[in-house]
Design a protein around this ligand. Structure first.
Ligand code: PEP
Ligand code: MG
Length: 313
């Protein structure tokens, strides 16, 4: 039956009892956006802009940036939206014109939004490029910052984004942001949980360290509690809270995330059909039971087994 559902599922995504779920794509440039638009997604939940500049020695002009961003926007239509993430340079994604050299602990250093603190104009120019692209496209444009630690950072960012007529959000990748999600939502319009970094920082385990894979597992109950806190803040504020890290691409875990109140899942285009097919087979009530099960599980293995058992009933 599982195979049959996967073969026939074509979207749009919803649970078996008809609760709509937004499935979105993670993209890196115009080409990957055009190819992602062929799958049953309703837009882009994470456009990693830094990936466009991995080989740039100098900062591209506002005009050059706008041309690149517009290609991604134009891959989607009027009733779809694209979430553009501002530069997440530093740590595992060094960018020549934006990364500090010689940090002792790059993952805990000046990366993501923090680069804008002592790089006058870098963020503003990127936002100008995004606003220019948005003004030339019919696709709704949302903008979010990576590596946000404090409400003050979220508030400063939101002000700059709103000044350009765009919709601001922040990523929840640092436990401090998850714990204060309700305060973050007083100043931004949406949140997007980056489970790769949220797991790294919650578990104090380098996401690149293959021998720590048992810790860098989004099924870790501590990580899932941070996600649940964030989803609940979104539900209370009536604002969207998505997941855009690898966790969103796991069909089993996706059921628990939806049960927590997560409103969108953004993933590599290849994962969209398995996740959509899985969600189409479960009711919202089962999703809520899955959420409870993973939050009370002793460890990742027990959580996976509990969800499997619920889905096999
Ligand atoms: C994340 O941290 O989960 C995320 C989506 O961002 P990136 O993987 O680009 O750091
Ligand atoms: Mg991240």
């Amino acid at each position: 039956e599982e195979r049959e559902v996967l073969a026939t599922w074509t979207g749009p995504a919803a649970t078996a009892d008809g609760t709509a779920v937004k499935l979105l794509a993670n993209v890196a440039d115009g080409e990957s956006a055009r190819s992602a638009s062929e799958s049953p997604v309703q837009g882009v939940g994470l456009f990693r802009t830094e990936l466009c500049f991995l080989s740039s020695t100098d900062e591209p002009s506002v005009e050059e940036q706008a041309d690149i961003y517009q290609q991604v926007l134009d891959a989607f239509g009027e009733d779809e939206y694209v979430v553009i993430r501002t530069l997440d340079a530093g740590s595992d994604k060094p960018i020549a014109f934006a990364t500090l050299e010689g940090e002792e602990n790059p993952a805990l250093g000046v990366r993501g939004l923090r680069l804008s603190f002592d790089n006058p104009g870098l963020l503003e120019r990127q936002l100008d490029g995004i606003a220019l692209a948005a003004s030339r496209s019919r696709t709704e444009t949302w903008v979010m910052a990576p590596m946000v630690a404090t409400v003050a950072e979220a508030s400063d960012f939101a002000e700059k984004v709103r000044a350009r007529g765009l919709k601001p959000g922040v990523m929840v990748e640092i436990p401090s942001a998850a714990l204060l999600a309700h305060r973050m939502l007083e100043v931004v319009d949406f949140l997007s949980i980056g489970t790769n970094d949220l797991t790294q920082y919650a578990m104090a385990a380098d996401r690149m360290a293959t021998d720590l894979a048992h810790l860098t597992d989004p099924w870790q109950p501590a990580v899932l509690h941070l996600i649940a806190i964030t989803a609940e803040a979104g539900r209370q504020a009536g604002k969207p809270v998505g997941v855009c890290g690898e966790a969103a691409a796991d069909p089993l875990l996706a059921t628990a995330l939806i049960g927590m109140g997560i409103t969108s899942l953004s993933m590599a285009a290849a994962a969209v059909r398995p996740v959509g097919a899985q969600l189409s087979r479960v009711t919202m009530e089962t999703c809520r039971e899955a959420a409870e099960a993973v939050l009370s599980a002793a460890d990742p293995k027990a959580g996976r087994e509990a969800v499997r058992a619920l889905l096999d009933r």
